[in-house]
Design a binder for this molecule. Sequence first.
Ligand code: ADP
Length: 362
Amino acid sequence: MVIVDRDGRIVRVNEQAEAVFGYARGDILGQPVEILVPERFRSAHVRHRQGYFRDPRKRPMGVGLELYGRRKDGTEFPVEISLSPMGSDGELLSISAIRDVTSRRAEEERAQLLMREQAARAALEDAVRVRDEFLSVAAHELKTPITSLRAFAELLIRDVDRKGSLDPSRFRRGLERIDAQSRKLTTLIAQLLDVSRIQAGHLSLELADADLVSVVRDAVTAVEAVGGARSVGIEAPPSLRARVDPIRFEQVLTNLLDNAAKYAPPPGRVVVRVVETGGDAEIVVSDEGPGIDEAHRVRIFDPFYRVDGRGPVSGIGLGLYVSQQIVEQHGGELRAEFPPDGGTRMIVRLPLAGPTVRSGDR
Ligand code: ADP
């Protein structure tokens, strides 16, 4: 307990105050109360003290602040102080009840540390769970094409062993299936690697000045070549130059075109439209397929999300996730729209000048 007068002089202290601050009574009586306050707070304390005497009432000091006391030897300790006015012989005094809260603060800090540790552990467990899920999906999805690869290969070996009965067109069909399954496997592995790069923040872009229209044409040609006779319409200006990673950008388009081919069966048309709008390029891949039910629309860009789970169409639910990440890393956006008359429209918007953050900054 420390009692001060209007001028901030200490007029009375009790024994605990002597013990806590390390002063003998005789040393501090008559001294400004600021000797009990760490130096850096002293001038503010003078102002607060004067303010208190203008409006003296019982209240805690410095609500919401961490207050410190200063011992005679200069060491500091956390305190809580409550103030109350007291009249004595017609003079107004202020009583400060000061409590050393070192052990309570330490307790609070320990509790906070514990909470942070628990949160960190929960985050780690989450990351491990996501990784395990990733590994189990990856293993499952890789096994499927490998199983059919082996089946076709064994079939061909048996055919070859049955000498004399080799049918070239049957042989060719077998090889085509092996080829198709190997492509699927390659795509899967590439997507899985991309996801782990994205999640580790290591998907970097190799930016170059490129013609978006010719990248679009290349992607269309590639998809037409594997997608059978399905032709894709292109509506684009002769050229549109932009700063992009051409390989990654083609990957995005190939994925969108692949999806259109996979999920929107013929005779529906697939069209890619390229336009320039206010410093951005907009590339729209439209199909006339079944679209996506409203309930699923918010999730199609999530990793491993498929509307039809392990349905008949091959895929692992990573294409849109990876594509969106690539587009966003270019400083653009990838979103889906569903026209009222049906079909799906995937819209890529890219800044022509390239990303404003350097790749690798993320
Ligand atoms: P997947 O490997 O399954 O194709 P994606 O991430 O590319 O993964 O797509 C996620 C899901 O979104 C797909 O499983 C499919 O259900 C749906 N989807 C994507 N594109 C289309 C489309 N053009 N038309 C209908 N559904 C689509």
